[in-house]
Ligand binder design. Structure first.
Ligand SMILES: [Fe+2]
Ligand SMILES: [Fe+2]
Length: 179
């Protein structure tokens, strides 16, 4: 199951980063100063890799094929579950970015706690989201899509992965910097 395995590997990378973000938030709670550069890198990882490549492949390929082929249950699971959570994730990152800018202008406790709150909201959301996809959504697709649709899925994934080669060049280095 080439395509699913690839998505699961991306989950492992996202998990490494969100675990590191949680540790960073704990350090801040214990008194360490906010490292603006670190959080700018986190936001870059989330936007470029977690969202533009990972979530995009789910939305445009796997979830599209599941809603087209697996009826109402899949449609509900994806539309009101997974896609809504992708939107919530984007919202938390937007808020985090705003909080960081506000803290740079005005480094007070209110702005600091908002950074921790939105960073941890993203961490918590993504943890549960990834678990649901690994345990429920991906197996549901893999076990119920027809052989033909699955091979279409794998083909589309392979094409997209090829197109992403230029984008993911800096990914490993960025992850190493963040964890
Ligand atoms: Fe997702
Ligand atoms: Fe995912």
């Amino acid at each position: 199951m080439l395509g699913i395995e690839y998505l699961e590997r991306e989950h492992e990378e996202i998990t490494q980063v969100i675990n590191a973000v949680e540790s960073k938030c704990i350090e801040i709670m214990k008194g360490k100063e906010i490292n603006q550069e670190y959080f700018a890198d986190v936001i870059e990882f989330i936007r470029v890799y977690a969202d533009d490549t990972h979530h995009k492949k789910e939305e445009d390929i796997l979830f599209r094929l599941m809603t087209e082929n697996l009826g109402e249950t899949a449609e509900k699971l994806i539309r009101s579950g997974m896609l809504t959570e992708h939107q919530m994730a984007r919202y938390y990152v937007m808020e985090l970015e705003r909080n960081l800018a506000e803290y740079a202008e005005n480094p007070n406790d209110v702005n600091k706690i908002q950074i921790i709150a939105n960073a941890m909201s993203y961490v918590n959301l993504l943890r549960v989201h990834i678990e649901k996809e690994n345990e429920v959504v991906y197996p549901f697709g893999a076990n119920n899509l027809s052989k033909e649709v699955l091979s279409m899925f794998n083909e589309e994934m392979a094409e997209k992965i090829e197109l992403e080669k230029g984008i993911i060049i800096g990914k490993e280095e960025l992850i190493r910097k963040l964890i």
